[in-house]
Every structure is written in C-alpha cells, then in structure tokens.
Ligand binder design. Sequence first.
Ligand code: SAH
Length: 346
Amino acid sequence: MKSVKKDIRALTKEQLRQFFEDNGDKAFRGNQVYEWLWGKGAHSFENMTNISKTTREVLEQNFVINHIKVDQMQRSADGTIKNAVRLHDGLVVESVLIPTPTRTTACVSSQVGCSLDCRFCATSRLKRMRNLNPDEIYDQVVAIDNESRLYHNRPLSNIVFMGMGEPLMNYNNVLKAIDKITSEEGLGMSPKRITVSTSGVPKMIKKMADDKVKFKLAVSLHSAIDEVRTAIMPFNKNFPLSELKEALEYWYTKTKSRITYEYIVWKGINDREEDINALIRFCSYVPCKINLIEYNPIDDGEFQQASNQSIDNYIRALESKAFVVNVRRSRGKDIDAACGQLANKS
Ligand code: SAH
C-alpha cells in the first residue's frame, strides 16, 4: 500500500525542528528547510542546495510539497487580473489582482465555495467543498505578488479577504496564513495592509478581538434592518444585527480599530428612507467608514443596483452626520473578476 506522505508545509517551524532532531540531525536544519519553504518558495526538495543529499532524500521519503498552480490567468482591460487557481486535489478557487494608480491589492479566497447563502453572490451558489489550508492562501498572495511585479513593476501592497468563502468560517487557517504573510520569513507585509471581510459572525469577531489581531476588519452589512438583511443574507436569522452590534462594540473596545461597512444599495430592497436611517443608527455604534459598493449582476435581474439618485441620498444622509463614505466602483467586470462574481465559470 502506498503510504500517504504529509504536506511539509502543514508543519510549524517547531515541528520541523523536532523532525530533524528525531532523525538524529540538528534542529537548526529545520530552520533552513523552513526558510526554503516559506522565504524562498521552494517547490521541490531538490532545489534546497544547502541541504545535504542524504537529508533531502529523507525529506523526500516523508513529505510532499503541495503547491497551488495558476491554471488560467485572465487580464481585464482595466489591468485587473484573475487567476483560476488549482489546488493539489484538483479543486479550483479564484483570486484577483486589482491595480490602482497607487497600490496593488490582492483579493484572495479562503474557502472552496462558501458556507453562507447571500442571495446576491455568485459564490454562494457553489457548495462549500472545503476550507483552504494556510499554504493555499499564502500561495495565492505570492502568485499575485509575482504578477504585480511582472505586469505593474511594483510589489503587492494590500490584501483583502474578499474572494470566495467566509474567512471567519476558516478562522484558524486564515490566521496562520496571515502570520506567514506578515512574518519576516514570509512576505514581511504589514498587517495594517490586510483586511478580512466577513458577513458578520459575532462569535468569531469577538474571538479575533481576544486574539488581538492587527489586521483590519470589514463587515458586509448591506442592511441594518433584520428583516431586510435576513431576506438577502438568510444566515442573518442565526446571527441577528443585535448580536453583530455587540460583537463589533467588543471588537472596537479591544482593538481600537475602525470598522469598514460594505454596503450595496439595491432597487426596491434597501433604497428607502428607513433603510438609510437604520444604517445611520448602526454606524453610530462604533467608529467606522462606509464603502458603498457597486452591484455586479449575477442573475437575471432579481437584484438591481439602485439609481444614482438613491445612492446620492445615502451619501448625503451619511455625510450630513459626518460619516466617512466612499463609493467603490467595480474592477475587472469584463472577466467576471468583480466582487461576488467569482464562481469558476471556466
Ligand atoms: N464572505 C465574506 C468575503 C467574500 S464577499 C464577506 O461576506 O464579506 C466580498 C464582498 O463582496 C462582500 O462585501 C460581499 O457582500 C460582496 N459581494 C458579494 N456579491 C456581490 C455582487 N454580486 N456585487 C458586488 N459585491 C458583492
């Protein structure tokens, strides 16, 4: 019977050091291999030139190095790049590079499919197949960093967890990936340039606050009225806005980090005055800013972006109460790379 070799990148540095010690070698060897895996992005043991041949053979016998593969890369007219990423077991997720004049942002996936059921999002139509491993999240970032250097002559500057999946339903792996991304042995990126976007899982928001994470939090709010929110994001029934509010207050007390609310205005759904008033009330709970995002249609018109007039009403009302509000235009729509459009069409 073929024995199943372990993915070496699932080991912590400590575990790697232990492995070498257990095999009568120096623990320090673990640091060297770790550097090859995470710092230099080695895809094979053969490339680890400062490791002896015998040791490399031992590694070969015990481990594999799983790696994602960018199966297909599509480039949009606006410079956005979408990667279809194949995982070691053949499943596919997508990640996106979004360039602006001053930054390059990677939008990465955290799950294959999604466990939630937001009715306006293409990903929610896919079944959640599995969580991504830390290395699979990390690799998406490295791939986009390379593309950023190649096509835009600059390194990646920001990361948003706004691809496929609900990051807080894969919290441990997302955290491990961010640890690698921010550590000096990994990419050395500042956590302040990383945003985790959630549909709002109160228990996990509190956990993040307790863990004193240093990255930013965005919440896909879309409505501050339970009835409306449950209609478009059915899981809201289990995590009502009162619980979300309490979790966000907890988050702010512990982290002092301002929250971003993502909000789409749809015709006939949340474009009434009472919707605006409810949002204003919700925004007064903790320091925040509001990103009004453009809706990317994914269906036959069940959801329609509200008129400019309705969006202006939101902006005027929010600004009159001194809230910071940005209007976010979509990028990469021509290649189905925009928010909510990631669904492996290929
Ligand atoms: N599950 C996480 C992250 C993935 S969704 C979350 O819900 O935040 C990333 C963002 O895209 C969310 O703000 C989501 O509400 C938004 N989104 C989903 N479908 C969209 C669509 N069709 N058009 C525009 N934005 C969409």
